[in-house]
Design a protein around this ligand. Structure first.
Ligand code: SRM
Ligand code: SF4
Length: 584
């Protein structure tokens, strides 16, 4: 029996079965029979007749951080020529908190040049990088190269806990360091314990796996995402994540975390049992209970999550099915903890702090805007070379942000001028980049994403230029609207937390959502369905006009943000409880 109807039509939360019974989803058999994620990947790797992976291995390589893809721009042409698609893999590295050293950067830069089709490094919305276009003969070399510089890609995809995010905040350096250490510890604690990765990719010794103490022998029902966030910055967008640790500090020292559970943004067009959802506040825990709570949330979701219908398998649906209180009580039981009342905190923004900032440790940090996170050498825009030139002289580290940007962190006073000169020389730092562009983001979509319904990364730059023109027309060129585009309703560009979110519906067609807020604590609502690019621009034109004319201005001069305005003006209704309000 599926719980779909209960969620869509039933009461708000909490009357569904603890365990959803029915025929298990196909991926469950695949995980069970995989011998702890080994499958027959090794044999497949040797098969050079096809560039792809067969049957279960196509899915299993995801648990090792890779997706099989092909270039959709040339798919039809290859089919005409009776060639198989140009199979290749995309790899996503595991980098808790997104910190990478110059030495590591130089190695990934070289690998991208020497051994990938696209010669690009793609910074993602989850603080890591992806290689796109790695052909089968180079896959093992890729893992061995990464391993030689202390990087792996274990569990960055598949039904496991993914790369753990941590606020990119080098300013409050001591607190950031403590939060970052927790992100790393949580990542390690929740990692698969199977030796499959080392055996297959690093020629490691074969060691029999008999159990996965936290993830279980069939791993999780669905992907699982965790963050550590330092308020007031919500740059990692907690409400996109299953489990969040909100750092609470006293006198600059971390004392514990408020725990938020059950966020997630994906949905399926036309399926009302799916919806983006905010995470719920479970309360405060002290530091000595963090790993226990992380494991308890994961194991509760492991045991109670829907293994029948993958569309309703994420933690957010489990919470709505069994009830928030029931889920929380189970976590308390498993972790042997009682959540205290949450400590006060506030999120005031999600954007990165561009340009130079000085940390309390006296070091300097330069945040570079990387449009769509794409580091590639394009004509007149040698961004990837620029990052390499900086890595060659930089003595601190780099931080990849969850907004797809790059921080050159830990620069000494005497090195500032040289780093800045390089960033400017290679187009990584431009004074003319508008606030609108800096606060806009898109997912990858075409040509590599197999699920893309519409363009995103390739559409965003032009769309932002149009919005810049409109802001100028309405005399607010120094202001911005948080604008995000995703090529399909999976929501990788986090459009479902934007003030204006565009979600691909078909080629050149998007659903337009509005009403997210600056702090990232509100889910936007559908405004127009299946509109084309011209209509999008004319809608935004009218809306900016109204916003500028009708918005409220506080006594201190603070102007009402766009997302707040569209709700107060009744242009869209506010989504308070997703399961009730999102589709109404
Ligand atoms: Fe995502 C699947 C790219 C962040 C929700 N995502 C994919 C795949 C792997 C397509 C596929 O399954 O074959 C995309 C690969 C495209 C490509 O060619 O690179 C893809 N997702 C991305 C990235 C690279 C977008 C980006 O532009 O940065 C982000 C990589 C993050 C990382 O480093 O781990 C990325 N994906 C997200 C986010 C945002 C976030 O986590 O902050 C979401 C929404 C949050 C959430 O999970 O609810 C997201 N991606 C999905 C989903 C829907 C999951 C669901 O709950 O149904 C899918 C499809 C799936 O899992 O079935 C998906
Ligand atoms: Fe692909 Fe859709 Fe994710 Fe964009 S939102 S990267 S199109 S799965």
């Amino acid at each position: 029996m599926s719980n779909v109807k209960a969620i869509a039509n039933g009461p708000l939360v909490g009357e569904g079965p603890i365990i959803v019974e029915g025929e298990l989803a196909g991926n469950e058999r695949m995980k069970r029979e995989s011998n702890f994620l080994r499958g027959t990947i090794e044999q497949d790797l040797k098969d050079r007749i096809t560039g792809g992976f067969t049957s279960d291995n196509f899915q299993l390589i995801r648990f090792h951080g890779m997706y099989q893809q092909d270039d959709r721009d040339i798919r039809a042409e290859r089919q005409k020529q009776k060639l198989e698609p140009l199979h290749n893999v995309m790899l996503r590295a595991r980098m808790p908190g997104g910190i990478i050293t110059p030495k590591q950067w130089l190695a990934i830069d070289k690998f991208a040049d020497d051994s990938t089709i696209y010669s690009s490094i793609r910074l993602t919305t989850r603080q890591t990088f992806q290689f796109h276009g790695v052909l089968k003969p180079h896959i093992k070399l890729m893992h061995q190269t990464l391993n030689s510089i202390g990087i792996d890609s274990i569990a960055t995809a598949g039904d496991v806990n993914r790369n753990v995010l941590c606020t990119s905040n080098p300013v409050e350096s001591e607190l950031h360091q403590q939060a970052y250490e927790w992100a790393t510890k949580i990542s390690e604690h929740l990692l698969p314990k199977t030796n499959a990765y080392a055996e297959i990719w690093l020629d490691g010794e074969k060691v029999e796996t008999t159990e996965e103490p936290i993830l279980g022998s069939t791993y999780l029902p669905r992907k699982f995402k965790t963050t550590v966030v330092i308020p007031p910055q919500n740059d990692i967008d907690v409400h996109a994540n299953d489990l969040n640790f909100v750092a609470i500090s006293e006198n600059g020292q971390l004392v514990g975390f408020n725990v938020l559970v059950g966020g997630g943004l994906a949905m399926t067009h036309g399926d009302k049992s799916t919806y983006p959802r905010r995470a719920d506040d479970f309360g405060f825990v002290a530091l000595d209970k963090v790993l226990d709570v992380a494991a308890a949330v994961v194991t509760t979701q492991r045991d109670w999550g829907n293994r029948v219908n993958r569309k309703n398998a994420k933690t957010k649906y489990t919470l709505d099915r069994v009830g928030i209180d029931v889920f929380k009580a189970e976590v308390e039981k498993r972790a042997e903890v009682s959540f205290e009342n949450s400590r006060p905190y506030e999120f005031t923004g999600r954007g990165d702090r561009f340009g130079w900032v000085e940390g309390i440790d006296g070091k300097h940090h330069l945040t570079l805007f990387i449009e769509n996170g794409r580091l590639i050498d394009a004509p007149n825009s040698p961004l990837k070379t620029g990052a390499r030139e900086i890595a060659l002289v930089h003595k601190g580290d780099f931080r990849m942000t969850a907004n797809q940007n790059l921080i050159v962190a830990g620069v000494a006073e005497q090195d500032k001028a040289h780093i800045e000169q390089l960033a400017r020389q290679y187009g990584l730092l431009k004074d003319e980049t508008s606030a609108q562009r800096q606060n806009s983001m898109a997912c990858v979509a075409f040509p590599t994403c197999p699920l893309a319904m519409a363009e995103a990364e390739r559409y965003l730059p032009g769309l932002v230029s149009n919005v810049e023109t409109l802001l100028n027309k309405h005399n607010v060129s120094d202001e911005h609207i948080i604008l995000r585009v995703t090529g399909c309703p999976n929501g990788c560009g986090r459009a479902m937390l934007a003030e204006i979110g565009l979600v691909g519906k078909g080629p050149g067609k998007y659903n337009m959502y509005m009403g997210g807020n600056i702090g990232g604590t509100r889910i936007p609502k559908l405004y127009k369905e299946g509109i084309d690019e011209q209509t999008i621009v004319s809608e935004i034109d009218g809306l900016i006009g109204r916003w500028v004319a009708e918005r409220e201005v506080q006594a201190d001069g603070t102007k009402e943000a766009f997302g707040d305005f569209v709700i107060r003006a009744g242009i869209v209704n506010e989504v308070i409880v997703s399961v009730r309000d999102f589709h109404d």
